[in-house]
Write a protein that binds this ligand. Structure first.
Ligand code: V47
Ligand code: SF4
Length: 364
């Protein structure tokens, strides 16, 4: 009753009825939600959907990130992580170094390796296949979530193989699923301005479609808080929803808060907490066919990630253990959290902490 009272006092019109009745929101609803300052009403609605799908559960995972190289031929304007081949600070890990990093997780009881990097102009497909194959051989029980759609399209390009053949080869070597990075904002104008060298939004979606058709799951992201409009954000979400209707292959949606420090957009401000919460809550409301909305605590901070569990979020990612992309761009969060820290920050919200594997199976 209190929920309805709170919402009826807002200008959200029939959005609340649609959500309560389980009807799909459209583009205009989405824009209206972004324009509304009523974060509590939006959050209440998102929480309703979150609890309908995920009850009181709050998921986390014991994982480790490995960023195997920062050498990248794209040099997107929003990226502080990438370097040219001969630039100071450029690095590329050998397979042995990657295996050494992976072996640390055995002691940490991790179930997932999250591996992404830049588009190296000289490495061939063999390097990536060997990387996945040797990790899989040595740690067969660890799920390897690796390579954004951007990297997959790059590997196809350098090897002269199709996206399908490239993914199949990596899957046969032990690749388990794809992370959601590289989607940025699908708008052609935004991409032209911020990442003209990057694959198009349609190509990103097609790569994901191919992965899903091959039986591989993936995540989806959206980079927000730069030059994108409300309409760009909603169009992005609708494209994801459309592909999800077709394949059902996405597991979670993760909005990525833009960090401007050390980038070509360094004069931009960091995202405000209001926008961070709105992106998560509106993501929950628009993506009615996604099971999970994830707050990446590395990007929005531990305190807001905790609060977001009442604003549509049911997953706060994991221990992470080492993260370079956001920290190069000025993130002030720690590089890792312990399992006890994650569990207690969830428990403080009254939610049930559930350790999951990459595919959202419960780990006891
Ligand atoms: O692809 C680059 C973005 C992504 C910046 O799938 C930036 O579970 C903020 O995709 N500020 C990599 N973001 C991270 C990523 C991710 C993270 C956590 C979980 C998952 C998942 C995926 O980070 C890149 C790019 O879109 N990015 N620069 C920046 N300055
Ligand atoms: Fe390269 Fe990815 Fe950074 Fe763009 S965001 S410059 S593709 S590492």
């Amino acid at each position: 009753m209190q929920l309805l009272k709170n919402i009826l006092n807002t200008d959200l019109g029939n959005i609340q009825e649609k959500v309560i009745d389980g009807h799909r929101l459209d583009s205009e609803d989405g824009i209206r939600l972004f324009e509304s300052p009523d974060i509590l009403a939006i959050g209440n609605l998102a929480n309703l959907v979150r609890e309908r799908i995920n009850k009181n559960r709050a998921y986390y995972i014991i994982n480790r990130h490995i960023n195997y190289t920062n050498i990248c031929k794209n040099r997107c304007k929003f990226c502080a992580f990438s370097r040219d081949n001969d630039e100071e600070g450029a690095y590329q890990m050998s397979i042995k170094e990657i295996l050494d990093k992976a072996s640390q997780i055995i002691h940490e009881k991790a179930t997932e390796l999250h591996i992404v990097g830049g588009l190296h102009p000289e490495l061939g497909l063999d390097y990536y296949v060997e990387m996945i194959g040797s990790i899989h051989e040595r740690f067969p029980h660890v799920h390897i979530q690796a390579f954004t759609a951007v990297e997959i399209a790059h590997f196809a390009d350098i090897s002269g193989m199709s996206i399908y053949e490239t993914l199949k080869k990596l899957k046969d070597a032990g690749l388990g699923s794809l992370p959601g990075g590289g989607a940025e904002v699908f708008s052609t104008d935004v991409r032209k301005e911020l990442c003209p060298e990057k694959l198009s939004g349609e190509e990103w979606l097609n790569t994901m479609r191919t992965a899903h058709n091959l039986g591989m799951r993936s995540n989806a992201t959206m980079l927000y808080g730069h030059i994108e409009s409300h309409k760009d954000r909603i169009n992005h979400l609708l494209k994801l929803r459309e592909l999800q209707d077709e394949t059902g292959g996405f597991m979670s949606f993760i909005p990525l808060a833009f960090h401007p420090k050390n980038t070509d957009l360094k004069d931009f401000s960091s995202t405000a907490g209001m926008l961070d919460l709105k992106m998560l809550a509106i993501g929950r409301l628009m993506l009615d066919n996604f099971d999970h909305i994830k707050a990446f605590w590395i990007m929005i901070g531990i305190k807001l990630a905790q609060i977001s569990l009442s604003f549509g979020v049911d997953d706060i990612d994991g221990t992470v253990a080492e993260e370079r992309i956001t920290h190069s761009a000025g993130a002030e969060t720690p590089e890792a959290l312990t399992v006890d820290e994650i569990k207690s920050l969830i428990e403080e919200t009254g939610r049930e902490p559930v350790e999951r594997d990459t595919l959202y199976n419960r780990i006891n």
